[in-house]
Design a protein around this ligand. Structure first.
Ligand SMILES: [Mn+2]
Length: 364
């Protein structure tokens, strides 16, 4: 018999009802203290069951809103939902890295899992490199679970992570993943043949390791090269990316995995964009976070979240730097209201400091 730590087990409550109650509670109290281990394990089991039949590559349609790394920042996640709407009002795709770094990996992952259970066709979850045991053993999640619920539940999580898909195609022309592209891919057939890796070894090889780990580079690297900074996977330059996209008939690659000052960052003539949703990353980066919207006509826009920080004499410099960064991001804005921006700030293409974003080109 499993021991209940805390909380009520309602007799006759379905898993769906439990998931909804957990969502409501998390949004209100930002904590799971009122739920016992058995209830959390019930959600993990149902999540695994829901994910299991999904292929390694998802097909989703737009309009859709895309999240990059969240890294245990529950407050930021809820601020985005407050700004753009909650599931199932909006369709969401999450590019992974739910856990580690931030302090609420348990709450973030369970909130997303509960949404996946409640709205499996509206909430789509991909796997990031931190949803691999060798990462989340070391970068915060294991320690957090040991403190909050015990390491047995941390181990149970890994079976759920193993069932997360690795990439998603939005319509026919946008491909999304956590890390990047791979030289182990020559056609859509490679994606259809791809299996979700379920051991540490298979996570670290083939197409899957690059989908979770690869990075684009501005260095004089046109093809693929060893990713020496991460000591795993590859970096790729514009030529490698262009060739990959031409073969697959793609117009845009959307990926996460790297912190970005503005929360998002285009490269290579807007063929690839990095979306990073964790503002004030690791508590010492002054970055904004952002999420990306794809409209029904493939127009791209972003909602940017400023990092929040209370100014004290000790951190005055950091706060000032954050303000400057944010002013720079908004500098070219024609919006007369820009001085009155609330958090978070929806940024339409015309407000961006660079020339306006072109809708992704769609060839029929
Ligand atoms: Mn990552």
């Amino acid at each position: 018999m499993m021991k209940s730590r805390k909380g009520d087990v309602f007799e006759g409550e379905t898993v769906d009802q439990l998931a909804q109650r957990m969502i409501d509670h998390l949004l209100k109290w930002r904590s799971l203290d009122a739920f016992c281990d058995k209830q959390l394990l019930t959600i993990l089991e149902k999540t695994e069951f829901t994910l299991k039949p999904l292929p390694a590559m998802l097909q989703v349609e737009h309009p859709i809103t895309i999240f990059g790394d969240i890294h245990g920042q529950l407050d930021a996640l809820i601020r985005y939902f407050d700004a753009v709407g909650y599931p199932p009002k909006v369709q969401f795709l999450f590019l992974g890295d739910y856990v580690d770094r931030g302090g609420k990996s348990l709450e973030v992952s369970l909130l997303l899992f509960c949404y996946k259970i409640r709205y499996p066709h509206v909430v789509h979850l991909l796997r990031g490199n931190h949803e691999c045991m060798k990462m989340n053993r070391l970068y915060g999640f294991h320690e957090e679970m040991a403190r909050k619920r015990g390491t047995a539940m941390w181990r149970r999580y890994q079976y759920v992570f193993n069932e997360l898909p690795l990439c998603a195609r939005v319509g026919q022309r946008i491909l999304c993943m956590h890390g990047g592209i791979s030289q182990n891919c020559t056609s859509w057939e490679s994606f259809r043949a791809l299996k979700k890796p379920n051991t540490p070894k298979t996570c670290d090889e083939g197409l899957q390791v690059d989908l979770m780990w690869a990075d684009p580079t501005q260095d004089k690297c046109n093809a693929f090269a060893i990713n020496s900074q991460r000591a795993i996977s590859v970096i790729f330059g514009e030529q490698a990316l262009t060739e990959f996209m031409r073969k697959l008939g793609l117009s845009l690659i959307v990926r996460a995995h790297e912190v970005s000052q503005d929360g998002f960052n285009f490269m290579f003539n807007r063929k690839i964009v990095t979306v990073f949703s964790a503002p004030y990353y690791c508590g010492n980066d002054t970055n904004c976070g952002a999420i990306m919207h794809v409209s029904p006509s493939y127009e791209i826009s972003f909602t940017v979240l400023r990092p929040r920080m209370i100014a004290t004499p000790e951190n005055a410099e950091v706060v000032k730097q954050m303000e400057n960064n944010y002013q720079a991001l908004m500098a070219a804005s024609p919006d007369p209201n820009r001085g009155r921006h609330l958090n978070p700030v929806p940024v339409s293409p015309s407000q961006l400091p660079q020339p306006s974003l072109q809708p992704v080109e769609i060839k029929k």
